[in-house]
Design a protein around this ligand. Structure first.
Ligand SMILES: NC(=O)c1ccc[n+]([C@@H]2O[C@H](COP(=O)([O-])OP(=O)(O)OC[C@H]3O[C@@H](n4cnc5c(N)ncnc54)[C@H](O)[C@@H]3O)[C@@H](O)[C@H]2O)c1
Length: 437
C-alpha cells in the first residue's frame, strides 16, 4: 500500500486516483476547484463517467480515497505525488505547461522528505528534464525526489474499464527505486499480466504522443477513405470492416464520422507537430491529419447546405453535442464547429444531448436546449446526428418525419441504414456510404 496524492481531479485524476485506491493504495485527491471538491465530498461527480460513482463511493467507504483542496497537506502525507493537471494547447499549438510547473513550484516549497513525482498529464517531450531543473533551481536537493512519466491512455466514456484493465502501463524513469515503488502501486495489474513498459522519461513522454497521433491518423485516414467512397460509389463501412479483419490493421478507430474531437487528439496532434518543429524535424503526416480533420468537421456543413442552401432563419436540430457517447465532454467536439457555422449563416439551433448540455451551454448559451430527441426534431428544417448515443440509434422515424418541417437527416455517425431512412421519405446523407434513392 502506497500513500499517494493525486493533484488535479479531472477526467484523468479522478479516474486514476479512484483506480489506484481500488488497487489498495491510500489516495488523497487534490484540486484547486473548491466546488469540485465539495461535490465529491458529497458523493456528487463533477463529470459524467459510467461506473465511476460506485467505485468512488466504495473506496471512500473503505477509507482509501479522500478529497481535499489542501495541496500542502496532501503532499506532506504522500510519498508518491501524481500530477494530472491540464495541459491545454497554447495559441501556437504548443502544449501549455504552466499548470504542470505551478504544481512543481508548490512541491519545491513543501518537499521535506523523499517523493516520487509522477507526471500523468500529457506533456511535451523533455518536460521531465525541465521538472528536475526547476526543482534543483529552487533548492530541492536531488536525493529528495525521483521523477516518473506515467502517461495515461484511458478513453472518456470507458475510462474506468480502461484504467482498471489497461493494455499496458508505461513507466518512464531512470531511478530503480522509483520504478519499484511504481510497480508496487500497480501490483494488482501484475496479477492480470498487464505489460509494464519501463523506459526512460523522454521515451515515455513520446509514447503517449505517438500513440495519440497514430489513433488520430487512423480516424483521419478512414474519413478520407469515406470521402473517396462517396465519390466512387463505395461503402466505407464495408471497406473498414474488411480492413479491420486484417490483424495488422485492427478494426478499432476505423469509424468514419464528423472528425475527431475531445480533450486529447486535437491538442496532442498539434503538440506533436510542435515537438517535431522545435526539434528541427517534421511531422508531415500528422500535419495533414490535423488538416483532414478540420475539413471533415466542415464537411458536415457542406452536407447540410446541399439540402438547405440558405440557413438564414432556418432551425437545425442537433442530436448529440459531446465529442463522443458516454461523456459530457464537449472540448473540441465536432458540434462546436457545426454550431458556429450554422449560427454564422443566420440559422438557429435546437440541441439535445443526454449528458453534455450543461457543458455546451458554457460555450453557446444562445442556442435552444431541449429535454429529449423527440423535442429536438419538432418543427426543425433538418436534423444532424453528431454523437452516436445509444438512444439515437433506434428513433421512431415515422414520428420524426411527421413533426419535422422538412424530413432532412444528416447522420454523421452512420447509425441508420440509408435505404430504410430514404424509403420512409427522408432526404438523407451520411458519411461514405452508398445513397440510392
Ligand atoms: N481526458 C482524457 O481522456 C485524457 C486521457 C489521457 C490523458 N489526458 C491528459 O491528462 C491531463 C489532464 O486531463 P483531464 O482531461 O483530466 O483535465 P481536466 O481539465 O478534466 O482536469 C484537470 C483538473 O486539474 C485541476 N487543477 C488545475 N491546476 C491545479 C493545481 N495547481 N492544483 C490542483 N488541481 C489543479 C483543475 O481544476 C481540474 O479539475 C492532460 O494532460 C490530458 O492531456 C487526458
Amino acid at each position: 500500500m502506497e500513500k499517494i496524492a493525486m493533484i488535479g481531479v479531472g477526467y484523468v485524476g479522478l479516474v486514476s486516483g479512484t483506480g489506484l485506491a481500488d488497487f489498495g493504495n491510500e489516495v488523497i485527491c487534490v484540486d484547486i476547484d473548491e466546488e469540485k471538491i465539495k461535490k465529491l465530498k458529497n458523493d456528487i461527480l463533477p463529470i459524467y463517467e459510467p461506473g465511476l460513482l460506485d467505485l468512488v463511493k466504495k473506496n471512500v467507504d473503505k477509507g482509501r480515497l479522500s478529497f481535499t483542496t489542501d495541496l500542502e497537506g496532501a503532499i506532506k502525507k504522500a510519498r508518491v505525488i501524481f500530477s494530472a493537471v491540464p495541459t491545454p494547447s497554447a495559441e501556437n499549438g504548443e502544449v501549455n505547461l504552466s499548470y504542470v510547473f505551478d504544481v512543481v513550484d508548490k512541491l519545491a516549497e513543501v518537499i521535506d522528505d523523499y517523493k516520487v513525482i509522477v507526471t500523468k498529464s500529457t506533456v511535451a517531450v523533455g518536460t521531465g528534464d525541465k521538472i528536475i531543473e526547476r526543482l534543483l533551481s529552487k533548492g530541492v536537493s536531488e536525493d529528495m525526489f525521483d521523477i516518473v512519466s506515467n502517461p495515461e491512455f484511458l478513453r472518456e466514456g470507458s475510462a474506468v474499464g480502461d484504467f482498471m484493465r489497461p493494455d499496458r502501463v508505461v513507466l518512464g524513469t531512470t531511478s530503480e527505486k522509483a520504478l519499484n515503488i511504481m510497480k508496487n502501486i500497480y501490483r494488482s495489474l501484475y496479477l492480470l499480466e498487464t505489460p509494464i513498459v519501463g523506459t526512460d522519461v523522454r521515451t515515455a513522454e513520446m509514447i503517449k504522443y505517438a500513440s495519440n497521433a497514430f489513433l488520430a491518423t487512423k480516424i483521419s485516414f478512414i474519413n478520407e477513405v469515406a470521402n473517396i467512397c462517396e465519390a466512387v460509389d463505395a461503402n466505407v463501412q464495408e471497406v473498414a470492416k474488411a480492413m479491420g479483419l486484417d490483424g495488422r490493421i485492427s478494426k478499432k478507430f476505423l469509424h468514419a464520422g464528423p472528425g475527431y474531437g475531445g480533450s486529447c487528439f486535437p491538442k496532442d496532434t498539434s503538440a506533436f507537430v510542435k515537438i517535431a518543429e522545435q526539434a528541427g524535424t517534421q511531422a508531415k503526416i500528422v500535419e495533414t491529419v490535423i488538416e483532414v480533420n478540420r475539413l471533415q468537421k466542415l464537411r458536415v456543413i457542406e452536407k447540410l447546405l446541399k439540402f438547405v442552401p440558405n440557413l438564414k432563419g432556418k432551425t437545425i436540430g442537433l442530436l448529440g453535442l459531446a465529442f463522443k457517447p458516454n461523456t459530457d465532454d464537449v472540448r473540441d467536439a465536432p458540434a462546436l464547429t457545426v454550431i458556429k457555422e450554422i449560427l454564422e449563416r443566420g440559422g438557429h439551433i435546437k440541441g439535445y444531448d443526454p449528458e453534455a448540455m450543461d457543458e455546451m451551454r458554457k460555450h453557446y448559451p444562445e442556442i435552444t436546449y431541449v429535454a429529449s430527441s423527440e423535442d429536438v426534431v419538432k418543427g426543425v428544417d433538418a436534423v444532424i446526428i453528431l454523437t452516436e448515443w445509444n438512444e439515437f440509434r433506434n428513433m421512431n422515424l415515422e414520428y420524426i418525419k411527421s413533426v419535422m418541417k422538412k424530413p432532412i437527416m444528416i447522420d454523421t455517425r452512420n447509425i441508420y441504414d440509408p435505404q430504410t431512412v430514404i424509403q420512409k421519405g427522408f432526404l438523407y446523407d451520411c458519411i461514405g456510404r452508398l445513397i440510392r434513392s
